[in-house]
Design a protein around this ligand. Structure first.
Ligand code: 5AD
Ligand code: SF4
Length: 481
C-alpha cells in the first residue's frame, strides 16, 4: 500500500471541544441534582472503545454515569451496522426510548456509531425518528462536546454525519472512562482498506489509518501504570498497522511488551492475508503476548474466498494455522465464518466444514450472511433459500461445538493460571460466589471455592479446572501450599 498522510485533528480544534465541554459542565453545575448520562453499546470492541470515550467526555462535561436509561438526562445509543440483525436491535432500542422521551422531553436522546454513517439509515432517523435529538457518525465522535452543547441549547435537531468518510481522521487525547479497572481496549488503528465483498466496515469506518507508535505506547504505559492487567490492541486488521509508513505490528507488539508491569497483551483482529511467521515469532518472543490469535477465515472454499475478495486460499489459511502452532504449540486459535455467502453451494460449504474439522478452532463465531447495501456482495445472485442456509449453519455449529467441548474437556483435572476479572452475577446456584476469569488464551473460567473473594479481581491466580462445557471452564481457586 502506498503511504498516505493521516489527517490529525489539530490541537486548536481539540481545545475548542474542551471549551464546549467546560460550558456544558457549567450548565450542569447549576442544577439541583447531578446530571446523569447513560451509554448503551452495540457491536464490536471498537464500538466498546468508542463508548469508553463517550463516557470519558460525559464525565468531563459534569455528568454522572448510570447503568439505566430510565433516569438519565442524556442517553446515547452507540450503534453497529455489520449485519441487519444488529441494526434491527439498535432501532428497536431507539424505538423503545420514545416512551422515555415522551415522559421526559427535556432528556437528550443521541444516536451515534456506525449506523448513522449509512446514508439510508441517517435519512430514516431524520424522517421517522423525529424525537431523536442528536445523530452523529463515528467520524464526529471527537466533536461530541460541541454537538451535545448545541442539542442542550435546543437549537433544533443536530445531525453530524459524514457518509462519504472524508472526515476520517485521528483525534488524540480524548478522555476515556474504562469500567472495572482490569481490562482495557487500546485502539491502534481505525478503518479498513480490505473491502471484503460482504462487509460494510470500510464504508462506515473509512479508510485505514494507524495511530503513531508514540501515542499507542504512551497510552499503554499509562494503562499498565494504572493497574490494567489485560490490554487489547484494537484494529480491524492489526497486521497492516503502520502500512502508511513507520513500524509494523510485530515491532509495536515488542515495544508494548517492553513496558514494565504485570499484564497480558491481546490484539484483534488479524487478517490472514497479512499474518505470517513474522507475527508468530514476535508473539512467541513476547512473554506478555497472550497465546491467542483471532484469525477469521470466513469460508473454506477457494471459489467463495475469491468472491469474498479475501486474498488467500483455504490451504493457505491452514498453512498459517500450522505455522502459528509450530511457534506456539499451546496457542488458542479462534475464528469467524460466514455461512451462505451469495452463490455459495453445498460443495463450497463442505469445504468450510472440512476446514473447521482440520483447523480445530478453540472457538468459532458463526454468522449467516446478511446483505449490506452498497457492498459488492449485495448485488450478487443469491439463489440458496434462507432455510437451507439455516440448516448448514446448524450443521456447522454442531461440528464446532463438539470440537470446543472436546478441547475444553482436555483441561479438566489440570491447573491453569487465570486473571480474575469480575463477579459472575448468575452465581453458582449453591449460594457460593462465582467469579469470572480468563486464561492466557482468553478462555472463560467460572471460578468458585472457599478461597476466592472480591480481593482477587485484577489478580492472576491458579485454578484447578473441575468442569467444562463447549463455551467455558469451571474451576476452584487453589489454596497456597
Ligand atoms: N454478513 C454476515 N457476517 C458478516 N461479517 C461481516 N460482514 C458480514 C455480513 N455482511 C462477519 C465476519 C466478520 C465478523 C466481525 O462479522 O465474519 O469477521
Ligand atoms: Fe470487513 Fe474484511 Fe475489513 Fe474485516 S477485513 S472489517 S471483514 S472489510
Amino acid at each position: 500500500m502506498s503511504a498516505r498522510a493521516v489527517r490529525k485533528i489539530s490541537e486548536s480544534e481539540l481545545r475548542r471541544q474542551r471549551e464546549c465541554a467546560a460550558r456544558v459542565r457549567e450548565i450542569n453545575g447549576g442544577r439541583a441534582a447531578p446530571a446523569l448520562a447513560y451509554v448503551e453499546t452495540y457491536g464490536c470492541q471498537q464500538n466498546e472503545a468508542d463508548s469508553e470515550k463517550l463516557r470519558g467526555m460525559l464525565l468531563d462535561m459534569g455528568y454522572r454515569l448510570t447503568t439505566d436509561g430510565g433516569d438519565a438526562d442524556v442517553i446515547v445509543v452507540n450503534t453497529c451496522a455489520i449485519r441487519d440483525h444488529a441494526e434491527k436491535r439498535a432501532l428497536g432500542k431507539i424505538g423503545a426510548l420514545k416512551r422515555v422521551k415522551t415522559a421526559r422531553p427535556e432528556c437528550i436522546l443521541a444516536v451515534c456509531g456506525c449506523m448513522p454513517q449509512r446514508g439510508a439509515v441517517s435519512e430514516t432517523l431524520r424522517r421517522s425518528y423525529g424525537y431523536v435529538d442528536l445523530v452523529f457518525g463515528v467520524h464526529a465522535l471527537w466533536r461530541f462536546p460541541e454537538l451535545l452543547e448545541s442539542a442542550l441549547r435546543r437549537s433544533g435537531r443536530v445531525f453530524a454525519v459524514d457518509v462519504d468518510g472524508d472526515g476520517a481522521a485521528i483525534a488524540e487525547g480524548i478522555p476515556s472512562s474504562r469500567a472495572g479497572g482490569v481490562k482495557a481496549w487500546l485502539p491502534i488503528m481505525y478503518g479498513c482498506d480490505n473491502f471484503c465483498a460482504y462487509c460494510v466496515v470500510p464504508y462506515v469506518r473509512g479508510r485505514e489509518r494507524s495511530r503513531e507508535p508514540g501515542a499507542v505506547l504512551s497510552e499503554a504505559r499509562e494503562l499498565a501504570a494504572s493497574g490494567y492487567r489485560d490490554i487489547t490492541l484494537l484494529g480491524q486488521n492489526v497486521n497492516s498497522y503502520g502500512s502508511g509508513g513507520g513500524i509494523g505490528f510485530p515491532e509495536l507488539l515488542r515495544r508494548v511488551n517492553g513496558i514494565e508491569g504485570e499484564f497480558i497483551i491481546r490484539f484483534m483482529t488479524s487478517h490472514p492475508k497479512d499474518a505470517g511467521d513474522g507475527l508468530f515469532c514476535a508473539m512467541a518472543e513476547c512473554e506478555k503476548a497472550a497465546r491467542h490469535i483471532h484469525l477469521p477465515f470466513q469460508a473454506g472454499g477457494d471459489r467463495v474466498l475469491r468472491a469474498m475478495n479475501r486474498g488467500y486460499t483455504g490451504s493457505g489459511y491452514l498453512a498459517l494455522v500450522d505455522a502459528a502452532r509450530r511457534r506456539m504449540p499451546d496457542i488458542v486459535i479462534t475464528s469467524d465464518v460466514i455461512v451462505g455467502f451469495p452463490g455459495e453451494r453445498r460443495e463450497d460449504f463442505d469445504r468450510t466444514l472440512e476446514l473447521v474439522k482440520t483447523a480445530r478452532f478453540d472457538a468459532l463465531f458463526t454468522f449467516i450472511y446478511s446483505p449490506r447495501e452498497g457492498t459488492p456482495a449485495a448485488s450478487m445472485d443469491d439463489p440458496v433459500p434462507g432455510p437451507e442456509k439455516q440448516a448448514w449453519f446448524g450443521e456447522l455449529l454442531a461440528v464446532q461445538n463438539a470440537i470446543s467441548a472436546e478441547k475444553h474437556a482436555a483441561h479438566v483435572g489440570g491447573t491453569m493460571r487465570v486473571l480474575v476479572d469480575g463477579r459472575d452475577n448468575g452465581g453458582g446456584g449453591d449460594g457460593r460466589p462465582v467469579f469470572t476469569a480468563r486464561t492466557n488464551g482468553g478462555r472463560l473460567v467460572r471460578v468458585t471455592g472457599g478461597g476466592i473473594g472480591g480481593g482477587d479481581i485484577g489478580r492472576f491466580i491458579d485454578v484447578k479446572i473441575t468442569g467444562s462445557t463447549a463455551w467455558s471452564l469451571t474451576g476452584e481457586k487453589k489454596e497456597l501450599q
